[in-house]
Structure formats: C-alpha cells, structure tokens
Design a protein around this ligand. Sequence first.
Ligand code: GRF
Length: 224
Amino acid sequence: MSNSDTGALRLAVLVSGSGSNLQAIIDRRRTGELPVDITAVISDRPGVYALERAAAAGIESITVDYRAIGNREAFAATLGAQLEALAPDLVVLAGFMRILPAALVDRYRGRMLNVHPSLLPKYPGLDTYRRVLAAGDRWHGSTVHFVTPELDAGPALLQYRIAVGPGDDEATLRARVQSGEHRIYPLAIRGIATGRVVYRHDGIWLDGRRLDAPVVIDEAAACV
Ligand code: GRF
C-alpha cells in the first residue's frame, strides 16, 4: 500500500523530543537514498524540537498532547484515529517516549519500528547508558526492532555496536550511539521500503533468508 504515484513507502513518524532520528530520515530521503513519503510527524508533546524539524522540511505535523488529554486510553484512541486517517505503511517511533497499548501496537504488527539505545535484549527501558557503565559492559549500542506489546522486546532487525572504552561516560556513549542510530535507522527503513526486509509471522527475512539474529554493524567498521 505504498504511495500510488511514487511507489514510496508511506511513513508516519512518532516523536517526543529532539527528533535527531527524524532528521536523519529526512536527510536520507532528501538525498534520494530513502524511497519514502513522510505523511506526518506526530508528537505527544507540544513545542518539541522535532516539530520544528518537520516544519523546516515542509512535513505536516500533528500534536496529540498526552498531558492535555490526561489518560492513556483517550490518548491511544486519538493517536489511533490520526494514524488510521494517515494510512501509513510503516509507523516509525523516533524517540517516542510513550508505551502504547497492546491493541494499538497489534494493529500495526510488522508495520511499526522503534530504535532503542541498547543491544537488546540487554537493557530494555530507560537509562541504558548509566546501566551499561554501572555493569562495566564491554559493548553498548542501539537496536532497530519491530514493536510488539512487550516493551523493547519485538524482533530485532539491525544493531549498531560500539566498544565501551575506559574514557567513556554517559555523554560520550550517547553521542556515539546516537550517531550510529542516525545510520542504522534509515538503513532499516530503506530495507523495508525496497522489499529486502520482510516481516513474517515466523520472523524477519532479509534477501529471502530468515534472520536468526539482528544484523550487526560495528562502529569500527561502519561506513553505511
Ligand atoms: C534516541 O537515542 C533513541 O534511541 C531513543 O530516544 C532517543 C532520542 O532520539 N528511543 P531523537 O533525537 O529524539 O531522535
């Protein structure tokens, strides 16, 4: 159900904050590397920088203000109706900080992606940088995964991996991981848009083969 004029995959991008991943998608789209239409950017908060990025790129933006709505069910109903009207092929969570109810996630099973700053299944949830440092882990990174109702637990497609060094702190880890996200998120979306990546009930398929584990791109070797 891609755009019938252009053949491009129709995205709806959900944001809550800075929108640097949104920007990476916009930039790759602009260079022609990403055959997608961004139908709208939806924020759960007014005034966030991601909305300015959308405006600067001429993309429609919608705010479904969680605080003003006041409860999870009504928020999900409003968001669900907005998504239904947009009819996206893929819902892209890009720094979106709300946990969505199972019914809404199920409606987009296989058509909703998230990027999470850890090497899932390690460290679902918040504060991943602090937790990695506290545990003395040798590796950290980020994962692009399909969204299922269990938090940060859906099938993983692509990971960016960095070695944690003795000089790293939360800020350096975040900067390195996020610059990796800006590479792997557009890459994952491109895989779906071009049909190389297919989500099926039995797993994720890449180039006609079922993935046993996510594809891993190492920072040291990254030139995507
Ligand atoms: C990203 O690092 C992502 O892993 C997490 O939220 C962060 C915010 O990113 N889900 P962005 O700048 O708003 O895209």
